[in-house]
Design a protein around this ligand. Structure first.
Ligand SMILES: NC(=O)C1=CN([C@@H]2O[C@H](COP(=O)(O)OP(=O)(O)OC[C@H]3O[C@@H](n4cnc5c(N)ncnc54)[C@H](O)[C@@H]3O)[C@@H](O)[C@H]2O)C=CC1
Ligand SMILES: O=C(O)CCC(=O)C(=O)O
Length: 397
């Protein structure tokens, strides 16, 4: 029986996949880390102690900048997210934001709702000249980051429905994602090529050390005068002070973002949403279901798919018992592990070892043996230098 703590912000349809036969779920406001699995959305775990019992963290969403990934790996905790599961929801909001950037829909609506009297039709026809907008057709959209969200936004904007000229930049684009991009999208060789001539720029990169404040004063200065910047990625991929300065001097026309801050919410040229890119029924359900499936798979079989901390490591069970080990990626680890098993006269039926930077993951299927006895051997293996976590897993029935 695995103990799971899940945040109430995670969609119930996903949490329900933890079957009662194998899981005890605490579905609460502030989930603790003192369980085998922790299921969250955007809650920030950087200041939270991760208990030794914790085997896995599931992020029902994409961005994992709220999780201390290095600390998790060092403690032998495998982190999963839900790639692509909410991308369509974000794409639709970004397309709506583009339309809002082109036309003063919100001020126009605010104005009309404030009208009084019986001659609304007369007032409307007289006052509407204050709300003349522009069109997206023929304008240039620059997309930074052509992953699941950026790719969908780029394809939609370049389709006949929007008719925009789209220029995209992504030096690390995945082959699958590249195949799905429309041939109408022009590939920029650097960020400057995206910024220079675009009427709208939208950023869809993960927040990492490399992308932090990617759109700083220098980058913003390269943007076309009067252009609109959209940020539905993370607040820290832009330099907020530089954006406000560019809006104030009229260089940027508008900043539309999913990340509200005290300085942004009162600025007349800023439109903030309350981080709702992934807040649709479908996106929340898809994300929760996807990440719960991968957490369950890991807890029950040791197999890893869609982890942000380890490469995919999948092996069909070929014996009743399996050992899994998370360890530092240093020479001769496999030799030292197999030596212990040989000392106990155990026969390895199958084995897989994958590494990711400083850490690696090994799964070993062993000839029939009692789980209790194997646990004692596992305890010995846990004492091998550089081994972080050892688990014994019985083949699921
Ligand atoms: N507002 C919201 O509710 C949501 C926000 N997000 C944010 O959007 C980000 C992107 O989401 P997805 O497209 O699903 O992720 P993704 O992982 O599919 O795509 C990210 C893309 O950024 C590219 N990239 C990385 N570094 C780059 C750089 N320096 N320059 C240009 N491209 C770079 C990657 O190669 C990748 O193709 C997430 O990491 C998350 O922070 C995602 C979903 C919902
Ligand atoms: O609402 C959420 O869980 C956040 C969505 C998001 O920002 C993400 O998936 O990266």
């Amino acid at each position: 029986m695995f103990q799971i703590t899940a945040s109430t912000t995670v969609a119930p349809a996903g949490v329900a996949l933890f079957d009662q036969e194998n899981y005890k779920v605490d579905y609460g406001e502030s989930p603790t880390t003192d369980a085998a699995g922790l299921l969250i959305r955007s809650v920030d775990l950087h200041q939270t102690a991760l208990s030794e019992r914790l085997l896995t963290i599931g992020r029902a969403g994409v961005g994992v900048n709220n999780i201390p990934l290095d600390k998790a790996v060092q403690q032998g905790i495998v982190v999963f997210n839900a790639p692509a599961a909410n991308a369509n929801g974000v794409k639709e909001l970004v397309l709506a934001a583009l339309a809002i950037g082109a036309r003063p829909m919100l001020p126009a609506s605010d104005w009309v709702h404030g009208l009084k009297g019986n001659d609304i039709d007369v007032q409307v026809e007289k006052g509407k000249k204050a709300y003349v907008g522009t069109e997206l057709l023929g304008k240039q959209l620059g997309v930074i980051g052509l992953g699941h969200v950026g790719g969908l936004v780029a394809n939609s904007a370049s389709s006949t429905a929007f008719g925009m000229h789209v220029v995209g930049y992504d030096p690390y684009i995945q082959v699958d994602t590249a195949w799905n991009l429309s041939h109408h999208i022009h590939h920029a060789k650097n960020v400057s090529q995206v910024l220079q001539d675009s009427d709208y720029v939208t950023i869809h990169v993960p927040l990492t050390d490399e992308t932090a404040e990617m759109l700083n004063a220098e980058a913003i200065a390269q943007m076309k005068p009067g252009s609109v910047l959209l940020n539905f990625a993370r607040d820290d991929v832009v330099d907020e002070a530089a954006i406000i300065a560019a809006l104030d001097r009229g260089h940027l026309r508008q900043y539309i973002t999913d990340f509200a801050t005290p300085k942004l919410i009162h600025h007349p040229k800023v439109l903030c949403f309350p981080h709702i890119g992934g807040s649709t029924d479908a996106a929340e359900t898809n994300s929760a279901k996807m990440v719960v499936q991968t957490m369950k798979n890991y807890l029950e079989t040791g197999n890893i798919r869609n982890s942000v901390t380890f490469p995919d490591t999948v092996m069909d069970f070929q014996a009743p018992l399996r050992l899994t080990l998370i360890h530092r990626n240093v020479p001769n680890m496999v030799g030292r592990m197999t030596e212990v098993l040989a000392n106990y006269d155990l026969n390895i039926v199958n084995m897989v070892n994958r590494s990711n930077g400083d850490y690696a993951y090994t799964m070993i299927d062993l000839d029939a043996l009692e789980a209790k006895r194997l646990q004692r051997i596992a305890n010995k293996m846990a004492q091998i230098e550089n081994v972080v976590r050892v688990r014994v897993i019985e083949q699921p029935k």
